[in-house]
Design a protein. Structure first.
Lengths: 371, 371
């Protein structure tokens, strides 16, 4: 391993440092987790397999909903070949760091013991095959989040490993995340100073909207932001941030333009009926502003670019909370050189969005050793 | 009945004409619908009663979630006394018109024949006790919307009555409204040139968010806008407005500040995966801009009033689609003299918002005979 210092002047495609907050590593084969699973669960995976809720799927056009150019020359599935990911993503865009979000469905499996075993196996696989070989990578710790005590145990087991910078959940849980059921997990995350990252997708056992099952993937995709809104509402009103004052939540691939109107709505309802939530010590929007980070992809760019500045005017806290992401290797990849709206932005905002907000949240160094 | 011409110079509290798009009439007593129900359903109402889905309720502090000052001197329930409604609302604010939205739960009853009988009874009650005695009132036609053929029959029966200016649904249907199940009802509404009004509340049989059941009414209230967003997504992507090009949708008490970001999100997903909806002839946000109207209450006023103007900049079509409403006699009443944000607004917008958008949509005259 050689040591390389990245200096801004060496950058080709962008002058700014780049940290990608949403990269999806894939398995090389269905048996790629076997070395990390106990025999009992290897057998289970071969004979029974995954049991969860259904109803939400990525488009089938390519495996893993991948970009058509994301197939490695090795013939391995998109996202599974570290060398190709280095070349196509980390090196090509001269990224300081990339944050992995494995989407292998383990966290929400109905068999909670299997969910715990799969989560642990995925985390060991991440350490051995991604984090140790590539120092620019960090990752989300996969946990069986519908069994919060088991999730807390996994956080206690690996939460202090330097490669894991957050706990990773799907956005659609079985109950809103603010409910007491999940508090043991939230408490463990706060104790290890790990943000909770919630990613686009998953399913909790009920229809994916409050008005029943839609027909199309486009409805699922456009409507995913409503699941993020429901989680914010729950976490804020349930008083989670009074219970765990250092807890931070990262909303990944769920958009962000809905945040200012939601902040107004949270406050308006509370001003009239706040007696239902006497545990809140400040106005609801203050918790949103202080405790939530959001990633950019899929970029919700307004029809007129200058309206992006209006969003920052409406929610100035977004300047310190928006974090760039690509969603590599998925079909709706946002490239670093196209991420910034073509409009006047506050001084320093571009650097914050592209890297510095993530660097501060995840406590990443300013220099990195490239492999 | 005497004839009175309302002239702007006679107005006390506001110089602008006022049309209130969301007034809730109540029953004087549980038996108040009996004169309008066939004997078979009177017996059913007395012995079996209403069967629906549960999980969403108004606060219990006052019956009908009413303002504490909305109790008529007659001792009748809030919203049930026309004389008091005249004095406290129509006369006090010198309203040109008020649009009734009865929230009696009939449309979503599980017994579809009973739902149809109750809908018809409520409509006859509206004609006899509200629309005929008070020419400033118009109303939504209640229909058994989970049985769309029966709903279409009620629209055919009364849709041309001059007192009914829209078809009225709850926002939380059992399936997203764009699904073919509902098309016979949408077709009938379009045939009678009646907008479909969808109002805050109701329940469709599944958890009221896409991530399960929340704990508190505040979560239900703040999160209601996500149900409205899910319905917009469904109606747009399913191609309903290509099928029924004159169909108009009114979103009542669901907010409006979420509309610009949703428009961006609808278009962004469609630009990448539009092949799933080849029936769309224009970009998704164009259908939102053309076919949807929204009422103001509960007013989602930004923390900084000038940001209201940013919303209009982001979605200029809102200038012609936002309609004033009070939600009388409910607890979160918005008064006409407090409805307009204290900021610079486009020329003529105040008049449009307070009355003229509703007058155009509902084809209401410029003068009215007061009783």
């Amino acid at each position: 391993m050689t040591s390389t210092v990245l200096e801004p002047q060496t950058r080709g495609r962008t002058k700014l440092a780049v940290i990608d907050c949403d990269i999806h590593p894939a398995l090389k084969s269905p048996k790629a987790l076997h070395p990390y699973l106990p025999e009992r669960w290897r057998r289970y995976r071969d004979t029974i397999g995954e049991r969860g809720f259904s109803g939400s799927y990525y488009p089938r056009a390519n495996p893993n909903a991948a970009r058509t150019d994301a197939w490695p020359p090795s013939g391995l599935p998109p996202g599974s070949d570290l060398d190709f990911m280095r070349a196509q993503l980390l090196d090509a865009w001269e990224m300081d760091f990339g944050i992995l979000q494995p989407l292998l469905g383990a966290g929400a499996l109905r068999n909670h013991e299997y969910a715990a075993a799969m989560s642990a196996a995925i985390n060991e696989w991440q350490i051995a095959e991604w984090l140790e070989p590539e120092p620019r990578l960090r990752s989300g710790l996969v946990v069986p989040y519908e069994a919060p005590e088991l999730a807390a145990a996994e956080i206690d087991r690996l939460g202090d490993h330097p490669g894991f910078v957050q706990v990773m959940l799907g956005i659609r849980t079985s109950e809103p995340l603010g409910r007491r059921k999940y508090w043991p997990m939230l408490e463990a995350a706060a104790a290890h100073d790990l943000p909770i990252g919630m990613h686009f997708g998953s399913q909790g056992g009920s229809p994916i909207t409050g008005v029943g099952w839609p027909s199309m993937y486009l409805e699922d995709h456009a409507g995913m932001s409503t699941a993020f809104q429901a989680q914010v509402i729950s976490l804020v009103y349930e008083g989670v941030f009074e219970q765990f004052p250092t807890l931070r939540i990262v909303l990944i691939e769920g958009g962000f333009a809905w945040a200012p109107p939601l902040a107004w709505r949270l406050d308006a309802a509370w001003r009239k009926l706040g007696d239902e939530v006497p545990h809140l010590q400040k106005k609801p929007s203050a918790y949103l502003a202080e405790h939530f980070w959001l990633t950019t992809q899929p970029m919700e760019e307004p029809h007129v670019p200058r309206q992006f500045a209006e969003l920052l005017d409406q929610a100035p806290w977004l300047e310190d909370k928006l974090m760039f992401s690509t969603d590599y290797p998925h079909w709706d990849f946002d490239a670093p050189d196209e991420a910034l709206p073509k409009t006047a932005l506050p001084d320093g905002f571009a650097a914050k969005l592209m890297a510095e907000n993530a660097r501060a949240l995840y406590k990443l160094p300013t220099r990195v050793h490239a492999g």
